[in-house]
Design a protein around this ligand. Structure first.
Ligand code: GLN
Length: 557
């Protein structure tokens, strides 16, 4: 029998409920239980794919594509999901299926299209029961995977109009199941008032009251705060929530975020959960200890650093750090493996001077869409070519880097992408053949995990040491082979292709590290297993730095 954990949020959004949900999943994994994660997003978009990263953070891409069939005769392809899926995958090491991202857009679309094809047989269609039933069915669909526990995170904050059907759905689910089969975690915020040097629990109190208005009584409160809660605050929250004090868990800011499961473990959350859900242990206590120890070692690898590397992340969505969260984490994973602290600075490509790049050890050109700031991004790649600075271009970043090569090295000054200039006489980057007739925007790009063939005797092969890998794609445009082959005489090397023979990556032969990849290796990087290409990027930078560090001392002798 699958057990259910629900995670709601209160007080403010952006609390890191995704990290809390993933950490709870980790506590269960330590004990040998299998877990699935679901994220309910109350917005009306059908998937996260059409959302601007400046508003909603990164679009995470799943390994698999889901054929969403809202009603007979309708099919939508979904692989782009909420950024919390990146957190889930990085914590659990599992691939999470796109059907686990339930959006209100999908729910309403299903209900309305089902009405159109006559599935409700003349009934009046209402939020309760039709919308709530649709939500319940989607959650139960994931439960059919037969995992020990399904954790469902409800996006937004309790009290939001959009979130109400989800709260009602979980109320109904809880009401119909035995008490030991479900567990509700409410994540709140406990602000610190610096003037009086106190953590304030009042907003949590109000938020619990609000939750009760929906008929939901939390089994545990996880209190996010800048500092750990003292016994005093935990007692207070326990009192007004009607919970034992060991069901009030403090979640202070931690760095790296991967330390959160251990912070929870130390407060007894894992044992509390297992007891309340009546789950019997799946592994011996020795195995449990081994699992916890090995996770602690991963955390230590982020803390015990000997070197430092600085990376400029040049892009167009630099207002919020979440736009590039998987890239940032991948750089940190690579750093942890190489005992290196990575200092990352976001550079707004629409407004910077080349000299701003001088002090960085490496440049990463980011993914993106559309014309805005593209020229600034191309300029960063030209700078990396000129100065022989280690450079990694991801998807849009790789496409723009090939344009930089064409302009800087081939002197094709008008080279461009048709995404930026439809009329360019030198379209180095153009639409994929199969994309030319597609007009709709949502879910129509080339998406998901696809085989990539890596060429021997290239720096990319050196990174992967494999001829074939699966990496995740999300694009409409690509680098045209016709031009790439002409650029070969000046050192532009195709280092990877997809199964159709399209360019999947390139590098520059005479540069210490100038690699562009059409795919997104960051989606598969894990804290214990960094993406090979990010690892090679940081390793090259370190080796170059060590060389320059050594020379003055030789001179000295
Ligand atoms: N806009 C580019 C394309 O559609 C790149 C997309 C991306 O960076 N993921 O091909």
């Amino acid at each position: 029998m699958t057990k259910f954990i629900f995670v709601t949020g209160g007080v403010i959004s952006g609390l890191g409920k995704g990290t809390v949900a993933a950490s709870v999943a980790k506590l269960l994994q330590f004990r040998g239980f299998s877990v699935s994660l679901i994220k309910c997003d109350p917005y009306l978009n059908v998937d996260a794919g059409t959302m601007n990263p400046l508003e909603h953070g990164e679009n995470f891409v799943c390994e698999n594509i889901w054929e969403f069939v809202p009603a007979k005769g309708f099919v939508f392809k979904i692989a782009e999901v909420d950024q919390d899926f990146g957190i889930y995958e990085r914590f659990t090491g599992e691939f999470v299926h796109p059907s686990h991202n339930i959006t209100s857009g999908q729910i309403y679309l299903s209900v309305i299209l089902k009405e159109r094809v006559g599935e409700y047989l003349g009934k009046t269609i209402q939020i309760i029961p039709h919308v709530t039933n649709e939500i319940i069915n989607r959650i139960l669909m994931v439960a059919k995977e037969n995992k020990d526990v399904v954790i469902t995170e409800i996006g937004g904050t309790v009290g939001d109009i959009e979130g109400m059907p989800y709260l009602e759905a979980i109320r109904q689910l809880r009401a119909r199941m035995p008490p030991n089969d479900t567990f509700l975690i409410h994540v709140t915020y406990v602000p610190y008032l610096s003037t009086i040097k106190q953590l304030k629990t009042k907003p949590t109190q109000h938020s619990v009251q609000k939750l009760r208005e929906y008929g939901l009584y939390p089994d545990c409160i996880i209190a996010r705060s800048n500092y750990p809660l003292s016994e005093y605050e935990r007692d207070k929250i326990a009192l007004f929530s009607g919970l034992p004090v060991n069901a009030v868990i403090s979640a202070p800011d931690v760095d790296p975020v991967y330390a959160l499961p251990i912070v929870f473990e130390q407060q007894g959350l894992g044992d509390y959960l297992v007891k309340k859900l009546n789950l019997s242990a799946k592994v011996s206590s020795e195995e449990y200890t081994r699992n916890v120890r090995s996770w602690e070692q991963i955390i230590m690898s982020f803390l015990e650093t000997k070197y430092e590397v600085s990376i400029a992340l040049v892009g167009k969505y630099t207002n919020i750090i979440d736009s590039y969260i998987s890239i940032i984490e991948s750089l940190k994973h690579a750093g942890a493996k190489l005992a290196t602290r990575i200092n990352i600075t976001l550079i707004d490509a629409s407004n910077y001077d080349d000299s701003a790049l001088d002090d960085f050890d490496g440049i990463l050109l980011t993914p993106g869409f559309g014309k805005r700031a593209a020229e600034g991004m191309i300029r960063a790649a030209r700078y990396a070519l000129k100065k022989k600075k280690p450079f990694l271009g991801i998807c849009f970043g790789a496409q723009l880097a090939s344009i930089a090569f064409a302009r800087e090295i081939m002197s094709w000054h008008k080279a461009n992408s048709t995404e930026i200039d439809k009329e360019t006489p030198v379209p180095i980057v153009d639409l994929l053949k199969e994309q030319r007739d597609i007009k709709e925007k949502g879910g129509t790009m080339r998406l998901g995990g696809l085989p990539v063939i890596i060429k021997r005797n290239t720096k990319l092969w050196q990174a992967y040491k494999k001829d074939k890998v699966i990496e995740r794609f999300r694009h409409r445009y690509h680098i045209m082979k016709k031009y790439a082959l002409l650029m070969r005489e000046k050192g532009f090397i195709i280092n990877a292709e997809d199964l159709d023979g399209n360019i999947a990556g390139f590098e520059v032969s005479w540069h210490p590290f100038f690699i562009g990849v059409q795919f997104h290796p960051e989606f598969k990087s894990r804290p214990w297993k960094p993406s090979p290409i990010y690892l090679e990027f940081i390793r090259t930078i370190l080796n170059l730095k060590k060389k320059t560090m050594r020379s003055p001392s030789i001179f000295h002798l």
